[in-house]
Design a protein around this ligand. Structure first.
Ligand code: SF4
Ligand code: SF4
Length: 296
């Protein structure tokens, strides 16, 4: 089950890339900028400004009640019939089953560009390791076609699931959202213990990591919070890159379309001064770091 496939991506690793977004995540970060990634099931997004009130959706809805579409109700079976009928594009089904062959066929269209730019394919999510067999087959097919691979993961996954796939992955991109375990649990629904253990083990096993921190106002935008993360990164064996990603409030519309509340809807992007201070804090811990302003 994937929910998007983006060509010409420049933010998910080196060079020009195609990013394949796998659906389903075991964290629920309150600032998540891809809310459609969280559920492993398909979900309906509704954009009222595009609706031309033709009622085509209603005609096909098997769960309609009192003349109303079952959109965003318990009764909705996620059949996607309404979205198929909606020629105005007001209803969209987020998430679809795609075969490995079809995904690879799509990826291969840009093979020349990956090779000339030093790019490749990034598997993101959601949490791509929650579909380990699909991920394995996709990684293997990329390897057979000479395409470089990256996997973007929260790493809140047992190491036994990650380990067999590691020989097929050229770059792992992961997050440390906070070094504070209780704060991590409150913000994401899970403690950070397994994540930090996995990062250390990956580093000890010789993997070079791109580690990122989304900077969220009031959560981890204090120099002490970044210093704690950067000190952990500095303590890892090997060479790793570290990036700070300023929160951006660009996903409000997605939450509304999905019929959900966005807990960070009033949060502001951290100022340039704040980001510079945090970058200097991280650099002061002796790690290679930068601000990746284009990301979230
Ligand atoms: S996905 Fe199916 S059940 Fe849900 S609102 Fe659309 S047509 Fe109705
Ligand atoms: S099919 Fe689309 S455009 Fe027509 S009423 Fe339904 S949501 Fe609106």
């Amino acid at each position: 089950m994937i929910f998007d496939l983006q060509h010409f991506s420049l933010q998910d690793g080196e060079g020009i890339r195609t990013t394949v977004f796998l659906k389903g995540c075991n964290l629920h970060c309150f600032w998540c900028h891809n809310p459609e990634s969280q559920s492993p099931l398909p979900e309906l997004a509704f954009y009222p400004d595009r609706c031309i009130r033709c009622s085509a959706c209603l005609q096909v809805c098997p769960a309609k009640k009192d003349g109303r579409l079952a959109l965003h109700t318990q009764e909705c079976t996620r059949c996607g019939g309404c979205a198929e009928e909606c020629y105005a594009g007001a209803l969209q089904l987020m998430g679809k089953e795609m075969s490995v062959e079809d995904i690879i066929k799509d990826i291969l269209q840009d093979k020349d560009m990956y090779l000339s730019s030093g790019g490749g394919v990034t598997f993101s999510g959601g949490e791509p390791f929650m579909q380990p067999e699909l991920l394995r087959q996709l990684l293997q097919a990329c390897r057979q076609n000479g395409i470089s691979t990256a996997v973007e993961s929260a790493l809140c996954i047992p190491y036994q699931v990650l380990e067999p796939l590691l020989p097929l992955i050229d770059r792992i991109i992961c997050d440390i959202k906070t070094a504070d375990c209780d704060a991590h649990r409150r913000a994401t629904g899970q403690p950070n213990t397994l994540i930090l253990q996995n990062i250390r083990r990956l580093a000890c096993d010789g993997n070079s990591l791109l580690i990122r921190t989304p900077v969220i106002p009031g959560f981890n935008d204090a120099p002490e919070a970044i210093a704690a993360i950067a000190s952990f990164v500095a303590s890892l064996p090997g060479q790793h890159r570290y990036e700070l990603l300023p929160f951006r409030n660009l996903c409000k519309g997605k939450y509304t379309a999905l019929g959900r509340r966005f807990a960070a809807s009033d949060y502001q992007t951290p100022s340039a001064e704040t980001m510079d201070t945090l970058l200097a804090t991280a650099a002061g811990c002796g790690i290679r770091c930068r601000i990746n302003a284009a990301f979230i």
